[in-house]
Design a protein. Sequence first.
Length: 130
Amino acid sequence: MTTPSTERIHLCRAYDIRAGAVPVGARLLVDRLWPRGIAKTDLPIDAWLKDVTPSPTLCKWFGHDPARWDSFSEQYLAELHNNPKAVEIALDWCRKGPVTLVNAAKDRFHTHALVLRAYLAASLAKERTP
């Protein structure tokens, strides 16, 4: 189920943008490393939010293994909770209007961008609740 908050936070792979996909709103790269095979001049982004990505240690442990997804998600949520400065920068973008979280993950169902979108949407929803 989508909420007004998640409807304003979209996901898109960097490679899809290069292939012609048009992201909605501000384009925020949410990978710690630049996507392989794409020149910086070929990926139109508004900001590169490296600090809101999972830690290198967590990424290495996860290794894109779907069997570790639940544990990875929990640990990444804890990292986000303990990194309010980086999260606030992402939230500022979201408050201005729609955003697209750009990432390079091959697996669209086990990417940190899904966790980040849910976290940002929940944070925005809390702000709107009296």
